[in-house]
Design a binder for this molecule. Structure first.
Ligand SMILES: [Ca+2]
Ligand SMILES: [Ca+2]
Length: 209
């Protein structure tokens, strides 16, 4: 009987202790800082696949701040989503990740304002990577302080895509939003949590005998 309880416990760890599914969601792996198409000692404008594990859409740029001159959120690097207004655009970049069908997930990230341009809104979305249909999205404007957001969604069994963009765009170097610490994690289903509780209860009863 104890062996079976141990097995249930091990299964629970395997299922629920996956951690962050995204890679480089904190932007700390930044080998091309200082080598972008625009830069000073405090920022670099990057394009294409310059940020490992992320894809910057053709024609768009992503501004990276280090801690020397401009605001960051945590670690050595954060993203300024204005993209310097490169080609008249703000940021548009994404990362794809695999999902299990019907599995609940959370997307978490942090943002804050620097300048307070009224035009652009930060848009964070999860889309189907194959069809581009929106699974969940959030829009963020001017609000004092550091904000930790959570967007909830359900897996499709296929690849989903986290996208960081502005909608609407300002189209210029507005310096309005700093973002960092993107993470996707699987959430235990209520049924599975109930099963765990029953298992713990049963294990406790057996131990008391
Ligand atoms: Ca960071
Ligand atoms: Ca900027």
């Amino acid at each position: 009987m104890f062996f079976r309880c141990g097995f249930v416990g091990a299964m629970a760890l395997t299922t629920f202790a996956q951690g962050n599914i995204l890679v480089n969601g904190d932007f700390e792996n930044m080998p091309n800082f200082g080598a972008g198409i625009n830069r000073d000692p405090g920022y670099t404008l990057l394009t294409g696949t310059d940020i490992p594990n992320w894809t910057i859409v053709d024609g768009y740029g992503a501004t990276v701040h280090n801690t020397v001159l401009y605001p960051t959120i945590s670690g050595n690097f954060s993203i300024n989503t204005d993209g310097e207004g490169y080609n008249g655009h703000n940021i548009n970049m994404y990362q794809d990740f695999a999902t299990s069908a019907n599995q609940a997930y959370e997307l978490k990230f942090d943002w804050k304002n620097w300048y307070e341009a009224s035009t652009p809104l930060l848009r964070i979305s999860v889309e189907d990577a194959a069809t581009n249909s929106v699974v969940v999205e959030g829009y963020y404007g001017i609000l004092a302080g550091l904000h930790s957001e959570t967007l909830n969604f359900v897996g499709t069994g296929g690849a989903l895509r986290v996208r960081i963009s502005h909608s609407p765009e300002s189209g210029y170097n507005d310096n309005t939003f700093i973002v960092d610490n993107f993470a996707v994690e699987a959430v235990p289903a209520p049924g599975a949590a109930g099963l765990l509780s029953l298992g713990a209860l049963a294990a406790g009863r057996r131990r008391r005998r």
